[in-house]
Design a protein around this ligand. Structure first.
Ligand code: ADP
Ligand code: MG
Length: 239
């Protein structure tokens, strides 16, 4: 297998709700490799979002640790985590989270501004990515002028612009109609196959999860089944 990019060791997240403790993620050991397209599937409340947020450093684990590209994040300060996240991870959300007052191009440029990339280089990188994905026509439109599928494409470009180690997507088709959702899933597949983008995609929908080469099944905060090498599935099994 290729290089390990994310290693989770005995990872847990507990929430206190009233007098009870919710084990949202419960003792997960897990490794993601470079160029892997993994999906995490499970019913609502099984801990998928919490797991993704832990890996994305948006939540702090209760126990255990996360090692990204050989760096143990356990003792990072909140400010260090913010910087680490900005430089190394890309996020795609169900509700796109584009900035309404900025054009498509400006939304995609934003992570580069935060990263201090000079103006000329920013313009070039943003132009290139819009060209590469053949969505140049969306560059100067505001989010409100875009369809939901177009918004998600722009959001994916924004997540990719800093060439993250791992692209994290939480229910990215949850707010799209079936056809648009299929197109966006196809884009993830294409990104993985053609650019070698490493992807962790969370979904409650098994047919969406099947786009990935590896499916992690989650239940009650635990990984109950790790299905690998789905490429090699006999023909006729898909959809
Ligand atoms: P999924 O994404 O699979 O639907 P979540 O990770 O959102 O699951 O939630 C897993 C469990 O943790 C659920 O029981 C949920 O209610 C609980 N949970 C998630 N976030 C919080 C929070 N901030 N406070 C309290 N409970 C939470
Ligand atoms: Mg969720």
């Amino acid at each position: 297998m290729t290089e390990e990019i994310v290693v989770c060791e005995n990872l847990s997240k507990r929430f206190i709700v009233g007098d009870s403790v919710v084990k949202a993620v419960d003792g997960v050991d897990l490794t993601f490799h470079r160029k892997e397209f993994t999906s995490v599937v499970g019913p609502s409340g099984s801990g998928k979002t919490t797991l993704l947020n832990l890996i994305g450093t948006l939540e702090i684990p209760t126990t255990g640790k996360i090692i990204v590209n050989g760096t143990d994040l356990s003792h990072f300060s909140p400010a260090d985590l913010t910087e680490f996240r900005r430089k190394n991870l890309g996020f795609v959300f169900q509700f796109f989270n584009l900035v309404e007052g900025l054009t498509g191009k400006e939304n995609v440029e934003l992570p580069l501004i935060f990263d201090g990339v000079p103006y000329e280089e920013r313009q070039k990188r943003v132009d290139d990515i819009f060209k590469e994905f053949e969505i140049v026509s969306l560059q100067n439109k505001f989010p409100e002028e875009l369809s939901s599928g177009e918004r998600q494409r722009v959001a994916i470009m924004r997540a990719l612009i800093n060439e993250p180690i791992l692209l994290l997507a939480d229910e990215p088709t949850g707010n799209l109609d079936t056809n648009t959702g299929q197109t966006v899933l196809e884009l993830f597949k294409q990104l993985n196959e053609e650019r070698g983008t490493s992807i962790a995609l969370v979904t409650h929908d098994l047919s969406a999860a099947k786009r990935a080469k590896r499916i992690l099944h989650m239940h009650d905060g635990k990984i109950t089944f790790d299905q690998q090498n789905l490429d090699e599935e006999p023909k006729g099994m898909e959809e």
